[in-house]
Design a protein around this ligand. Structure first.
Ligand SMILES: *Cc1c(COP(=O)(O)O)cnc(C)c1O
Length: 394
């Protein structure tokens, strides 16, 4: 409850976050070890590339990738990954971005995978080339883009094929990888929200992705403004060079072994496109500890903890049911089913009107369903939340 004190002093209303690790609701909450790591990191200074090298060792161990860096979020990882696919290890190109004149800057994206985060590709200087017609999603047919159409869209101007990971992705990643690699083009995967399950930390690299982005502030439980870019050593090294502060005499910079590719640079680039998305030592330290914790925690124990939170709330609302989240194995939700959309809208508004305001998962409100997501809940808030659900939803 100490956060109550800080936010009260600042005049910021605290909320009960039963929605999930949404960015607009300030993400989730960090474990005491993660908070301790951030505080400890803040009490001494280091050279940032040494700290990113340590992060790379941990990310490599937990994802199976050759290398990794900590960014300020998955969107920042996407921006830096795109910059790496365009500039590779050419410092002149790094200095020019987002002006991509003369560089391969096209990102092949399935029309069915266009999303609001793919702006990061354009922010880096990329151009999106859409392929396929997602009839299976719009209704009139059964098909989506084919691997053949993806292959056809790849030219000498292609920087990478972009893939939004998800249970609905079609064609599956290994097929995309096969056609991209046959033409010598990397595959950049947005897996920001694909955790849990923790095994997905390795899955996309195993499927052949060259670069994978994860959010640190979602299920991993790291600082809200943290993310991971993991993948091929040359591409991750390029991304790091475009984020690091390289304002030092050139001969003083020695690339750590984790990013040895940077010793091939003809000269040191200046602050790159990623400078506006920098991660601090506190975020990097916090993410490292959170990632190790997330990767080693017994998935059954995690599910049991989440389930216990929801079980404590179930009796507050007659007819509330515990269901598995459709997209995230291991994550249970408490579903509140209303007679119709209007009733759900009324209950959701009543929950938000409370003090503290209660935010529940309203993604299915059109179908008259609200859900309590346990991932960002504070155990201390459970009695307050139970009372709120009883008053507004019963
Ligand atoms: C959340 C999300 C992002 C952005 O992640 P941040 O860590 O908040 O930058 C990108 N892509 C997808 C699919 C996401 O769900």
């Amino acid at each position: 409850m100490s956060a109550d004190g800080l936010y009260a002093r600042l005049g910021v209303p605290r909320i009960i976050n039963a929605y999930g690790t949404n960015t607009r609701l300030s993400g989730g909450m960090m474990a005491p070890e993660v908070i301790a790591a951030m505080a400890e990191a803040s009490r001494a200074c280091v050279e940032m590339h040494h700290l990113q090298a340590a992060a790379s060792r941990v990310i490599a161990a937990e994802t199976g990738a050759e290398a990794g860096i900590v960014t300020s979020g998955a969107a920042a990882a996407l921006l830096l990954g795109a910059a790496a696919c365009m500039a590779r290890l050419d410092p002149a190109a790094m200095n020019r971005l987002p002006d991509a004149t003369g560089l391969p800057n096209e990102f092949v994206v399935l029309r069915s995978q266009r999303n609001m985060y793919d702006r990061a590709l354009r922010a880096a200087g990329g151009r999106i080339v859409e392929v396929g017609i997602p009839d299976r999603l719009s209704g009139p047919g059964v098909r989506d883009a084919s691997a053949g159409e993806v292959a056809e869209a790849i030219t000498e101007r292609t920087a990478a094929v972009y893939h939004l990971a998800g249970g609905n992705a079609e064609p599956p990643l290994p097929e995309i990888v096969r056609v991209a690699h046959a033409r010598g083009v990397p595959v950049l995967v947005d897996a920001a929200a694909q955790l849990p399950p923790a095994e997905n930390l390795r899955r996309f690299i195993e499927d052949g992705a060259d670069l994978v982005c994860f959010s640190g502030g979602k299920a991993i439980g790291g600082p809200q403004a943290s993310g991971i870019l993991a993948g091929r050593r040359d591409l991750v090294s390029s991304a790091l060079a475009q984020m690091l502060d390289l304002d030092l005499p050139e001969d003083q910079f020695v690339a750590p072994a984790e990013f040895a590719a940077l010793n091939q640079l003809r000269f040191l680039p200046h602050h790159g496109i990623g400078r506006a998305a920098k991660a601090g030592k506190e975020e990097i330290a916090g993410l490292i500890v959170a990632l190790q914790r997330f990767a080693t925690e017994d998935p059954a124990a995690l599910t049991a903890r989440w389930t216990a939170r929801l079980a404590a709330l179930r009796d507050a609302v007659p007819g509330a049911v515990l269901v598995p989240d459709g997209a995230k194995p291991g994550l249970p939700l408490l579903e509140l089913r209303f007679a119709d959309r209007t009733a759900a809208v009324r209950a959701e508004a009543a929950l938000r009107a409370r003090d503290p305001a209660v935010h529940v998962d309203a993604s299915r409100i059109r179908r008259g369903v609200l859900a309590v997501n346990p991932i960002a809940l504070d155990d201390d808030d459970l009695p307050l939340l139970a009372a709120a659900l009883k008053e507004c939803c019963a």
